[in-house]
Design a protein around this ligand. Structure first.
Ligand SMILES: [Zn+2]
Length: 485
């Protein structure tokens, strides 16, 4: 079976075929950089990362473009998110942008998310956006108001709504607080907004000083770096309307061509069924999460459910993911240690290697089915079970056989899923550590039972010196790692 992807444009699973053989142009809506990223962002960008990794694994040359929104993304109140951050922190808007762009890449690097080939910034592509708005005006898809705003006229683009399934006449002015604009139709959206002198983020344009509407940047930058028709447009399902719908309308109105062939959109991360978001305050930043869990555990947690669905975060689910990924790591660690000490018989056991292929096939079959990572992980665990049996058997495997097995872990768990690092020596939290901690905490418990508080406290401080935090709770003593950063 070749790669099948669920296309939100048709609401069907389709056989993936790129426009140019062997090449894929992929655009993903990036973050608005006004605060630290949280686990909800991790879910989206890890999901997109695995899609890019898998396409590359299938030998496609992928050009991955993911923008940085540093202007124009307004809050419901009409306030620019960057300006709000600047006011909050009493700094220049571009300082906010620098700080949180760096923070975002730090987080993504820590999570093993491969960087996009191009990370264009909206503020660096104002001329391209102005050109697009000019072209939409010339073609009659947009109109200018006396105030100096430019709107896209949804009635001029009959296909408006085809991605999200919304119909123009059903669209109400919506929940926006102020319907302040001189729009011809409530669903018309801003391409360019005029700005008063006190507005710091503003640029000169044929319509006076102002700034682009949020949707303009993605169309302008996707077209600039990937052409008029792109293979894949990715992002979060929550942005299908109005953002993605507007991007599509702008692009197809300007170019008269299909904008994106496949729309691959990911479901959001929830907490007790409610979307994790900054505005609701129910979030855990990626930096906080990395203090509690390893990057591989976070990836494993995200990939253990299908990218299209919503996924609920809980401490228990994360702990289960941590244990799950450690089971894989323990086997791989044992395998690599065994390979170092096994007799250098060199050649691989051909009969065993023949057994490996079906595991790879099962993995690929799962991934070909709309990037079904939960099934791919299940395939990896089936393989892991066999490897554990082999490692436990009397018959020692040859070094060659062990190397072939290790290669498959590196290929599927490493290259594609990013949950098995090439170097596992730094990974702590495995069974041995668990066992040692049980022993140490057992000794400490004996001191406590004997009221030898000095010794109990000494042990706690020594552990703290190693970055291990001990928590005494009514139901017993727990420990966790205080990770750097
Ligand atoms: Zn976008």
């Amino acid at each position: 079976m070749s790669l099948q992807v669920f296309n939100y444009l048709t609401r069907e699973k389709e056989t993936f075929k790129s426009l140019e053989r062997d090449c894929v142009g992929m655009y993903v809506c990036g973050p608005t950089v006004y605060d630290h990223a949280h686990l909800g962002h991790a879910k989206l960008y890890v999901a997109m990362d695995v899609i890019v990794r898998y396409l590359r694994y299938l030998s496609y040359k992928v050009r991955y473009v993911q923008n940085i929104t540093d202007v124009g993304h307004l809050l419901d109140s009409g306030e620019d998110r960057i300006m709000k951050g600047a006011r909050r922190e009493r700094v220049e808007p571009m300082e906010v942008v620098e700080t949180y762009t760096r923070s975002y890449f730090e987080d993504m690097d820590a999570l093993g998310v491969v960087r996009p080939n191009i990370s264009p910034r909206a503020s660096a592509h104002i001329p391209e956006q102005i050109e697009m708005v000019k072209s939409l005006l010339e073609k009659g898809y947009a109109y200018e108001t006396p105030e100096g705003d430019v709107y896209f006229s949804v009635e001029k683009f009959p296909e408006y709504g085809k991605l999200s399934g919304r119909k123009v006449d059903e669209l109400e002015p919506g929940a926006r607080v102020v319907v302040r604009e001189e729009k011809r139709h409530p669903a018309d959206f801003a391409l360019w907004k005029h700005a008063e002198p006190e507005h710091i983020l503003r640029w000169p344009s044929p319509w006076g000083w102002g700034y682009p509407g949020w949707h303009a940047e993605c169309t302008a930058m996707a077209t600039k770096y990937l052409g008029e028709t792109i293979d894949i447009h990715g992002g979060g399902l929550e942005n299908i309307f109005p953002h993605n719908e507007c991007e599509l309308a702008q692009s197809e109105a300007v170019n008269g061509k299909q904008f994106a062939r496949y729309w691959i959109l990911a479901g959001s991360l929830t907490v007790n069924g409610v979307k994790m978001s900054k505005s609701l305050g129910n979030f855990l930043t990626i930096k906080e999460a990395l203090k509690l869990y390893t990057p591989e555990a976070i990836r494993f947690f995200i990939l253990s459910s299908h990218y299209r669905g919503p996924m609920d975060y809980s401490r228990d689910a994360m702990m289960a993911a941590q244990r799950g990924v450690e089971r894989l790591h323990n086997t791989v660690r044992a395998l690599r240690a065994r390979a170092q000490h096994s007799v250098p018989s060199g050649t691989a056991d051909l009969s065993y290697i023949a057994d490996i292929d079906p595991h790879r096939d099962a993995f690929i079959e799962a991934m070909n089915d709309d990037f079904n990572t939960p099934r791919a992980i299940a395939a990896l665990f089936d393989f892991n079970k066999e490897v554990n049996a082999l490692l436990a058997s009397e018959q020692p495997a040859s070094r060659g056989t062990l190397a072939v097995i290790d290669r498959l872990y590196r290929e599927l768990g490493g290259r594609v899923l990013g949950i098995i690092p090439d170097d596992l020596t730094q990974d702590i939290g495995g069974e041995l550590v668990e066992g040692l901690m049980d022993v140490i905490l057992g000794i400490r418990q004996q001191y406590r039972a004997a009221s030898d508080w000095d010794q109990a406290d000494l042990l706690r401080r020594q552990l703290a010196g190693l970055g291990v935090v001990v928590d005494d709770r009514p139901d017993g003593t727990a420990w966790r790692l205080e990770r750097a950063g």
